[in-house]
Each structure stands twice: as structure tokens, then as C-alpha cells.
Ligand binder design. Sequence first.
Ligand code: GLA
Length: 389
Amino acid sequence: MKIEELLKIFKEVYGEGKEPIRCFFSSGRVNLIGEHTDYNGGYVFPAALNVGTTVLVRKRNDKKICLYATDLKELVEADIDKIDEYKNIRWGNYQLGVVKELKEAGYEVGGLDMLFHDTVPHGAGLSSSAAIECATGIAVYSLFNSKPIDKVELSFICQRAENRFVGVNCGIMDQFASSLGKKDHAIFLNTRTMEYRYVPLKLGDYKIVISNTNKKRSLAESKYNERRSQCERGLEFLKRKLNISCLGELDVETFEKYKNLIDDEIILKRVRHVVYEDDRVLKSIDVLQKGDLEGFGKLMIQSHISLRDDYEVTGFELDTLFDEALKVEGVIGSRMTGAGFGGCTVSIVHKDAIEEFARKVGENYHAKTGLVADFYTFEIDDGAREIEI
Ligand code: GLA
């Protein structure tokens, strides 16, 4: 939808007004490698997409936050001083959580009319929620605070909103990518130190293709939390001899030397995934810097296999997309992206093979699962920002 159309809807919902209307955007993300590492102080390598959440926003002269979404066509009104009362509303808790966290972090907030328009497919593991949070965060902050927003701080505020208000125990990756994304670059982030670096994605004749299983992710949250606590147990085993505070501090060599401390088959597999996945991220940065895209593709494949066999977060649908992708000529790498248990895969596909990829993978996926997959060739874009209108 064009900004003009959104403006029209805004005025229909909220009426003409004297205060100026401003527009903000934040992105969905795809993680290229480094999965289930961010809550272990490990490395991640996500990139922001050119789909996300657009927000139109205008000041009110009272203390109400009003939310309207173009897809739901429903208005939510909340009192800024009683945000906790709205925790269980049908929608809008991402936005209200962010307002609450901004306020608690000591920033000015005030009454606003807001219109939301999302283009990230929902429930696909492409962080539509982080896009909503970061778009809300930058919009609310910018209307009441004059200094430009610190985007790292923005990502922490949004993560806290999701952890404490929405009640999802996510790591920092999604909000960080949504907030700090940069066109044609992926972000190499160390989640232990929060040091990060932009790495140019020089894909040449290749494109990033995202394939959506369109599988409902019903158990995702409980399984996600289960994996988190399994990692914590792994850390406890290792701490008996090692002076470490998170699995991200462990390199492959140290892990191999001390893995016998982990007295539980399942926990050992989970920790092995985290340690080797971290190592794959480091190797990925190295091969990409040398322009070795095929080397990167191989690391993506190893990542999927580890997520399938050791971390056990893929499932039949993601594995089918992965297997079918690798059968297509012109594909140099593929893996699940995001939390797993459904959601999407990300593949590196030669530009001339994309049509065939979508057709063949789509047909075989449907034959095997009964589901219809979607295929996207989104661009890698900037993260949270104001859009001039
Ligand atoms: C979800 C979480 C992230 C991260 C990934 C798995 O997307 O929100 O913090 O843990 O899963 O890598």
C-alpha cells in the first residue's frame, strides 16, 4: 500500500487534525546463519528485509495511545498510565509493551494516534513482531524526544517489551536486526559483548530465496523455552570444571575436551549444536570476506543438519523444503531460519534457477506434506527509520 493510501485511511479513522502526521518503518529479518545462539551469548548473522511495519503517527492532546491496523481494521485505545491493564488484549500488546518500556527507560512518551501496516508474512519466523515493536519504538520515541534514537538501545527496549509484556522469552537477534539493518549487508553480531559489524552481501548472480512452510507453529513457544533451559543445564554441567558464564564462550576445542562433563545425551546434543553453530558463523564471515559463496552455502547446509539432528527444531516440513531445495541445480546453500518448528528456510539460488526452484520445490513439497509453500525474493534493506512524507 502506498503512503498516500495509508494517509487516507489514517484520516478516515482519526479525522483531520492540526498536528503533523509522521511516518516510520522497521523491517522483518532473515537470519543467514547462527541459529539458537543468541540466548547463549553466541554469534548471529541476520539481515533486515524490505518488508516490515509502516506506522503513521500523530500526537494527541490527551494520554491515550490509539492503535489501528490495516489488516485487522480494529481500533485499540489504551491509557498510557494504565498500560498493564491491557496485557491480555487481542492485539496491540507488542505496541503497548514498547510504550511501557520506553517510559520505564526514562524517555518522554505521550498520547498518539497510530496506524499500522504490515508486509511481513505473519507466523513465518521472519520477525513480524520485531518489526512492529521497532517501528512502534522509533515512532513513539521520535515524537517526544529530540535526540536521534540510539538503535542498539531501541532493540533492547523492544526485546524487553517482548520478554516482559508479551511474555515471549526471545533473544536479542530479531529486534537488533530489525532496528540496525543495513541495505545489502548482513549484521555479524556477538550477542555476548554486543559488538557488531556490517558485512556486505556480495551475491553476484545469486539471490536469497525464502521459502515458507506455511505450517502452523503451535508448539514453537514451549519448545523454544525447553531448548533454552536445556542450554542452561548444559552450562551448569560444564561449569563444574570450566570458568564460563555462557555457552558462547566455549570454542570447539574446549568443548571437545570437556564434553564428557555433560552427563546427559540430549543436553550434550543441544550444546554441541550451539558450539559448532557459533564456529560456523565465524567461518561464514571468513569465507564471505574471501568471496567464497559456495563455502558459505556448505556452512548453511551443515547448520540445517545440526538444527535437525542435534537441536531438533526443524520438523518434517522444514526438512522437506531443505531436501527439495538441494535437489535443484543452481542452489548452493539452504537452511531453516528463525526459531524453527515451521516457519521458513533461506536458500542461496542462482538468479536463472529461481523460477524452477519455486516450481519444483513447491510441487514436491505439496506432494509430500499436503501444504502449499510460498516463495519470496525480498531485498536486504535498511532497518528502523523515518520515512519523509
Ligand atoms: C527466534 C528468537 C530469536 C532467536 C531465534 C533462533 O527468532 O526471537 O531471539 O533465538 O528464534 O535463532
